[in-house]
Design a protein around this ligand. Structure first.
Ligand SMILES: [Zn+2]
Length: 385
């Protein structure tokens, strides 16, 4: 019954082409309707343009200490991918449900929506919340807004399960992914008198050199028992573009770089070191020649990591609900770190495999959905009086 309902809801969800670049408001309105039918209190918050929306819904008693079931509503594009059938029409074959977003992560959302009437029929001792966000695939933008909105409204859940596809394994940690572009604006001139100009490429090289020097202290900062591979925060420059020609002092250079912090303190450390190096060394040297020069760093994305926590309520709940004791780490980022940073204990556990995410002919198995429903039914038992 529940599985049938989940499949039907998933078919509806897949039909909304909620690619991150497009609107998700119709899907959110659909989910809000279903949740309201179960008596949930629904909050919808729109982004400033009104094209995107987050949904936060609550069942059970008001107050603090609720458990959040969280999923992102956006999906990655299908352009350039070779699909067997329409990616936005659910197709079933041999126990597998195909469609864009089936595993990442509308399958989990469908299971949550199918369970809403079950939670509503329970005498809940603590709140059960549903959080469906926008723009996860492009930097977790929706979750940031949603978490800020909750803080403003004084809603304080204590644990969150993020249903990203883990084949129902419990994930207690992932590194963060912080991406930057640093622009160097120099002062051009003839190559025969380099001292009269400010060579943007040379300053970019100094910048990268300083960045790479931080690798050693980052290794030394590696947390005891870090489960990650490698166990420390990594960083690297992935692109450098600058200069017009061999015989010209380059007036522009751009460096794309990233770090994958194992702790948010590491991220703060790198940012502070690089800021100090620019402010105290590079920029003064540039300005001594030409005050119109500058170095500006743009944040492309700062997806917080999920730090494994030994006393995590979310982890304890996930263990109890899945009957699994082991917890793992993964190499992909999720919204979990943002919740954790806001003081809400977080774990990642959901149906489907990351191996199918973002691929043509993305699918989720009915068996995985069934296992997810089992977890949610045990949650209903657990939070009932
Ligand atoms: Zn995802």
């Amino acid at each position: 019954m529940l599985l049938e309902r989940t499949r039907a809801i998933l078919a509806d969800l897949i039909a909304y082409p909620t690619v991150s670049s497009d609107s998700n408001v119709d899907l959110i309105a659909y989910a809000a309707d279903l949740l309201k039918q179960s008596g949930a209190e629904v909050r919808i918050s729109q982004d400033p343009d009104g094209g995107k929306a987050n949904l936060f819904a609550s069942l059970g008693p008001g107050g603090d200490g609720g458990i959040v079931l969280s999923g992102h509503s956006d999906v990655v594009p299908v352009e350039g991918q070779d699909w067997t059938s329409d990616p936005f029409a659910l197709r079933e074959a041999d126990g597998l449900l195909y469609g864009r977003g089936t595993c990442d992560m509308k399958g989990f959302i469908a299971a949550c929506l199918a369970m809403a009437p079950v939670f509503a029929a329970c005498n809940l001792a603590r709140p059960v919340h549903f959080a469906f966000t926008y723009d996860e695939e492009v930097g977790c933008l929706g979750a940031r807004a949603l978490i800020a909105d909750l803080a403003e409204a004084g809603i304080r859940p204590s644990a969150v399960i993020i249903g990203e596809p883990t084949e129902m394994r419990i994930i207690e940690g992932h590194k963060g992914c912080f991406e930057y572009t640093t622009h160097f604006t120099g002062s051009g001139g003839h190559a025969s008198i380099p001292d009269a100009g400010v060579n943007a490429i040379e300053y970019a090289v100094s910048y990268i050199t300083r960045l790479l020097e931080l690798r050693e202290p980052l290794k030394a900062r590696s947390p005891e028992g870090s489960p990650f591979t490698p166990p420390w925060t990594t960083l690297q420059a992935g692109a450098i573009v600058g200069g017009p020609a061999r015989n010209v002092v380059a007036s522009d250079c751009r460096v794309d770089w990233e770090m994958r912090p194992v702790t948010s303190a590491d991220a703060d450390f790198v940012k502070a070191e690089m800021r100090a190096f620019v402010d105290q060394v590079l920029r003064p040297a540039m300005h001594a020649v030409d005050p119109a020069t500058d170095i500006v760093t743009h944040v492309i994305g700062e997806v917080e990591g999920l730090e494994p926590a030994s006393h995590s309520e979310a982890l304890a709940i996930a263990r109890e609900l899945t009957g699994r004791n082991e917890a793992d780490v993964v190499s992909f980022g999720t919204e979990a770190g943002l919740f954790q940073k806001a003081g809400i204990s977080a774990v990642v556990c959901g149906p489907g495999s990351i191996a199918q995410a973002h691929k043509p002919d993305e699918f989720i198995s009915l068996d995985q959905l069934d296992q997810c429903l089992g977890m949610l039914e045990r949650l209903a038992d657990k939070v009932s009086r």
